[in-house]
Design a protein around this ligand. Sequence first.
Ligand SMILES: *Cc1c(COP(=O)(O)O)cnc(C)c1O
Length: 443
Amino acid sequence: MPDSTPNPVDAVDTPTPRRKPKPETKTIGGRALKPSTLMMGHGYDPALSEGSLKAPIFLTSTFAFENSAAGKRHFEGITGKRPGGADGLVYSRFNGPNQEILEDRLAIWDGAEDALSFSSGMTAITVMMLAYCNQGDVIVHSGPLYAATEGFVAKALSKFGITYVDFAAGATREELDAVLTQAKAQAEAQGGKVAMVYLESPANPTNALVDIEAVRAARDSILDASATPIAIDNTFLGPLWSRPLDHGADIVVYSLTKYVGGHSDLVAGSIAGAKSWMDPVRALRNTMGGIADPNTAWMLLRSLETVELRMQRAGENAAKVCAFLKDHPKVDGLGYLGFIDDPRQQDIFDRHCSGAGSTFSLFVKGGEAEAFRFLDAMKIAKLAVSLGGTETLASCPAAMTHLSVPDERKAQLGITPNLVRISIGIEDPDDLIADFDQALAAV
Ligand SMILES: *Cc1c(COP(=O)(O)O)cnc(C)c1O
């Protein structure tokens, strides 16, 4: 009888079971399980990690292949020779268990096919833009944007001959048609295309909302929908109060540093959307690096278990605090999505948002001196930039985040010296109201 043991050199590549258990329980009796339920287990099988209920943190730079053929197969996925990305773990600049579980869970919140994690919100935004832009292309964006994003488009991308056209966040369908037509002509003159329509809603600090459905309709009628994705920074209302993919966006972008991380103790970012929109970004991330590290990914898995609870509480707290502030004699107005006075903005809110969020603008009666007195008198709220954490934060954009913005632009955006930016946390709401009350009394 011939020896039937195969020569190891000739061993056929029989794929080992995937790291992730498939198929997974995402429905029970026809009922689709909610994201808050799936956050406790989706994408992780304890049996593959010694029964550890929680995913361990995988601190390794590289992963051992089952055999050479598997190594080849994995690299075919990494390099794009085989569509759909890697089906195995390879090297920690490309992927890792903590990041893959995180990406699977992030995708659930936005109803996306796929997600990618990054070391910061800005890494997510810049790698995504670079993946979609070629020399001579044009980016169309709403304004204002997060200052670093606006700076990247205007200063860094312009070095490569990539230009931009911007429009005010609240633009109507007619205005959007005109802007996209102008951008298309500009791109043709530069020998490029309109590479991306990039939105941020609500805008910071104006809180103006973008009509995503109108942007989608304008893009579909004027540009090549298969070549020009609509991306939107959903950091302020996501993932709970706004699901932009449902309204026509192709890619949703996050600074996970804010509500998703939620404890002011990490910096990270993500994008999510259809696999076909994610693939070019994943390929560039593989080259440039910028994936979230395993420890941060693990922290985000913990955060995602409570993100709905935290955001609900913060949103309820903000509603109570704003109700108190609304008619206060020392308050000169509120920029809060719960009290919109413009009918068009209210219409966008009703179509796109399920909550008013917990970040808003408070105009203290007076100028910078009064705003500073208010800020310095706060006892519970911390004086810091950022938002979306468990603790209440307050800052003065004109003197801090937007200090370097020219006065004319500040006036245009309504960034007055008496504007205080507030991010409400999950403290006791009556304690917060007491703090606002005594700080306003000090003005
Ligand atoms: C904070 C923030 C960013 C940048 O995110 P980082 O995680 O700080 O890099 C981008 N967009 C918005 C709306 C933000 O608030």
